[in-house]
Design a protein around this ligand. Sequence first.
Ligand code: ANZ
Length: 957
Amino acid sequence: MSETNPATAEVAAPHRYTAAVAAEIEARWQDFWDADGTYAAPNPKGDLAGDPGLVAKPKKYIMDMFPYPSGAGLHVGHPLGYIATDVFARFQRMTGHNVLHTLGFDAFGLPAEQHAVQTGEHPRVTTEAAINNMKSQLRRLGLGHDKRRSFATIDPDYYKWTQWIFVQIFNSWYDDEAKQARPISELVARFESGERAVPGGRSWDALSAAERADVLGEYRLAYASDAPVNWCPGLGTVLANEEVTADGRSERGNFPVFKAKLRQWNMRITAYADRLLDDLNELDWPEAIKLQQRNWIGRSEGARVDFPIDGEAITVFTTRQDTLFGATYMVLAPEHPLVEKFTPAAWPEGTHDVWTGGHATPAEAVAAYRAQAASKSDVERQAEAKDKTGVFTGAFATNPVNGEQIPVFIADYVLMGYGTGAIMAVPAHDARDFAFARAFEVPIRCVVEPSDDRGTDASTWDDAFVSYDAKIVNSHGEDVSLDGLGVTEAKARITEWLQGKGIGEGTVNFRLRDWLFSRQRYWGEPFPIVYDEDGIAHSLPESMLPLELPEVEDYSPRTFDPDDADTSPETPLSRNQDWVDVTLDLGDGRGPRPYRRETNTMPNWAGSCWYELRYLDPHNSEKLVDPEIEQYWMGPRAGQPHGGVDLYVGGAEHAVLHLLYARFWSKVLYDLGHISSPEPFHKLYNQGMIQAFVYRDSRGFPVPAAEIEERDGAFFHNGEQVKRELGKMGKSLKNAVTPEAICEEYGADTLRLYEMAMGPLDVSRPWDTRAVVGQYRLLQRLWRNVVDEATGEVTVTDAEPDETTLRALHKAIDGVRQDLEGLRFNTAIAKVTELNNHLTKVGAAVPRPVAESLVLLIAPLAPHIAEELWRKLGHTDSVVHQDFPVADPRYVVDETVTCVVQVKGKVKARLEVSPAISDDELEKVALADEKVVAALDGADIRKVIVRAPKLVNIVPA
Ligand code: ANZ
């Protein structure tokens, strides 16, 4: 019983490992590590340069997705990944690596701002308080961070460089020929010299400053545009596509989101779509995340085809140009700019009622339908609903392959933002077109031969026939025929024909959109941009960075009725006249002039787009990062052709936002020559979630998990039976457990072990406070194997370990090494436990080399107790930089293996034999075995097949 209630069992054993002992040891070693700089990782040069010997070691850069410092602090679910990277980093230090591991804070963003809006308190104040609280919570866990390298994204020293990067991106364009970003000045030089034609056909000299700015705006990698954006009146801000839910509402706050044309900053991430896709292949990332990025980028190979209409053309994007002969109508997105142009004044003779929608004129029908479409989100419009809506525009276009006049509709299942915003509809072979054609009574023509028995008369079909692997039929025109070809050959043939005629070409289309980069917020990085009297945007020179956030009276953006789409944003910074209107000399030779500052701020993704670089050279005020230092920690090397962090651990929820944006910024910085690594994160690992039990009363409300009593498998709260389910951990479900509570009851080493032992790191698992004590007992037994609980004396002996103990030890070493290298912390702990239990069972004083190895094995997992025992074992240096034990292969091989003996193909005996046994020897042993002799029953033997050490097969005559 004493073990089930450790707190009361200490009297007889004054030197037992208890929570109090753990608390004392842990605080002492944490102070020591801080004072000693134990975890400082030296750089090859600069202000963090250190021991050149350490720099000569192979490097390991290990990183966590940094936290947002929330006011609520951490619960035990948060540090799972931080503990895992810490264990891994400690193991790497002990296996000869110079390890960089630190942690900063992603500190701009909404929660602090919302608090500021409500209380009037500066968000910096609440953010810094939250950072300090989190720092002390993390320190209590004994994480081996190089604290000299930590920072928060709100530090002006840091965001100076976020702004500086923005300026670099603003002053760059993507050179499609060189396939890389180049300084915009090179593009200007090409326009000036005439080497490159200026769009619009005029000469560069002839353009006004504003016209030039407009031209360059079409090329810059950061540009302002009046694009349709996601405007959320309820939040008072615009949102990125990634921040809008599938049903068209704001991810945060769940307010309606409308498409509105507003002038906003964008990042031309689409220029990098191909490289973002291709380079994924070289990264060591979970396949699921790579797949999400691939889908998000959404590369489609197809063709653009012009359909003549009134002497002009409607261009469509199709991935099925092989089905052109089956295109029986066209659809434009309702917002398509050509709609008005081709819409005739009156309905053509005999237009069907279904097509007019009951409207008197095409113009009226179009206007009514547009109003209806505007109220739906893209996702609603794309949903596979059975009912397809739309109206005829009154116009006909020509199908270029057969000269047919085909009707042009507008319908909301075609989106303006994808491809060209216009499609050729092939109802026989596309499900949505099929549904539409049925509803609007448009002909359906089979051009891909069905592989089932429906036949080629599409008018009798119940659904579209979709196949990428079938024969083309009914597809011949005057000078081109696709009949009999497969889909792939038909695509190639028709694309070539279109290209020859100059009415189409093969093309690649991406789902990825440019990244909407401005927010109507206070608590973000100000843009390093000012506008002159002509409204032309200029970037600030580096000497004016950081551009610090001004003090303001009111932190809130103006919000509106969430349902009122006819509103537009008003930013908190815009109300600050003294800050907004300035006279500056930008050093461009134009002298001091009045300017107006940009009053949007950057989105909270900006700060996390490049933080891996700042950890490397955190105090550099001259450069983003010193190239030599960046090259040392991040540069490409064998097996990592794009360079990057060696291990990056975080949640899978960041598959497309942060991870895509950070890759994009790396590529731009790489192209411009600022860094040597085009990828930020070589290896990515997603840890699972720590879940928790939620207890709900009869009304379904959560009750505090800490107050639950369990009786015979049922759960009670204040006597009332409650239901248990698995959910997230957190305040709202009343089941949060703080790391402090566990540290107080058992110590940080126990918490660390428990979190690592709960299961494989990438799998989600339920927290169970009652199970934590198991790891506490492991540490108590470990302590008892080294220290006399009555006297506090070290008990190890100088006697040689026996063979069984040596085998147990070296097998543990071998297994733990492999497990730690492979991030299998749970099985590593199981192996340490097994060795520890073996020593307990032997019961005698533990031989010194075995005790020392055991301490080293557990050091990455439970560093405080390891430091303490290491010291008690007589060492004067820290355990952190000791060599991790290496297994002696002689003791690792299994003593015996099981050999199966078959007679006539049936297993008759199993023998325990040495793995080194020879074929001859094994044959003798097998034939002498009692059961084998019995099975043979005196029969002659025709053949014996021996595969030492595992198999003997005896074939009687
Ligand atoms: C004719 C066709 C025939 C098509 C057929 C499909 C099947 P992915 O693969 O996603 O790129 N499309 C093109 N632009 C569109 C838009 N703005 N809104 C809605 N749909 C659009 O899809 C490409 C296909 O989606 C294109 O190929 C086009 O329909 C449609 F048997 O053209 B297809």
